[in-house]
Design a protein around this ligand. Sequence first.
Ligand SMILES: *Cc1c(COP(=O)(O)O)cnc(C)c1O
Length: 392
Amino acid sequence: MDTWKPKTKLVHAGTKRSQFGELSEAMFLTQGFAYDTAEAAEARFIETQEDEYIYARYGNPTVRMFEERIAALEGAEDAFATASGMAAVSGTLFSMLRAGDHIVSAKALFGSCLYIVDDVLRRWGIEVTLVDGTDLDAWRAAMQPNTKVCFLEALSNPTLEVIDIAGVAEITHAAGATLVVDNVFVTPMFQRTLELGADVVIYSATKHIDGQGRVMGGVVLGTREFIRKTFEPFNKHTGPCMSPFNAWVLLKGMETLALRCDAQADTAQAVSDAVEGHNKLSRAIYPFAHSHPQQALAKAQMTKGGTMLALDISGGKDGAFRFLNALKIVTLSNNLGDAKSLTTHPATTTHQRLTDAERAGLGITDGLVRLSMGLEDTDDLVADILQALDAV
Ligand SMILES: *Cc1c(COP(=O)(O)O)cnc(C)c1O
């Protein structure tokens, strides 16, 4: 299996068949597991072997198939699935940090990630330094003797800044700390994040991995040592386990993940090309666009530019709302990575909670809209976006 290419792993990795030889992965909707003897129960609690289970909060065969499939894809030794992407992010940070420790984080984060880092961790006595993630000198200057974790989103939400993962990894490791990367916006398809130097990679499986808007899920990937000794004890005792039903949906989602991500990224690139220099835009942001200040870094790190774009519409909030209300195919929703193309206005939704100054610091202007390109026909989507710009 190690020599298989990603598309083969996405279809076959982690599959385990029961005695019935079912072709499609089985859904094991069971909380508990029976033991043949009291001795067998005792042995399983002393040390659980592979393919042995105790309780579904600790592990479940369908969830395990999902974990093994995504670990194979990412090239990670091990993985642990969680109830949501935020359970994966918060569990990772809570399991690694204690009062008195220090974390350095990029400041451009998904809203809930920012709440965990900047609010909860501080309340629990953890020192927090937020830096401009694109500035390696800022990362270097932020390191302290008690720095345990560096955290970033490889492609930031919503302004699609590209962070130099190898550069931050080198600084992190020189300080003896661990680099945790939330890779949701890049997807598992377009970047070898562990090979670039990340120690732990996190996905919200709710996004591209499901990709059809059905279930919540998350996953943490890293060394076996980290997953089993640090993450698993925290997550299995605090409780946010993945449901076997959701794991089954996500296994089916992974079978088509490569095809979907490729098609969605190709459409995002086509939209980026079509709107470049448009007179109703003050800025069009796409990592592979010539106008992106980090196009070269993006092309060195990623195989495609991703499925997301951000457009800064002329006329501020008024212009942005005219654009959003004129769209006929692209749907207003704060989700992303879906088969349906989606768009959101971060200033009034996902980042509404921030002050004007905080939003300005993150480049979230009143005219900015975020687009997640779906699986509809590329020409239809380009036409829809261009006609909505005409309405501005
Ligand atoms: C959606 C998202 C999360 C949280 O995932 P949920 O599954 O919604 O809990 C975390 N980070 C990023 C970058 C996301 O886009």
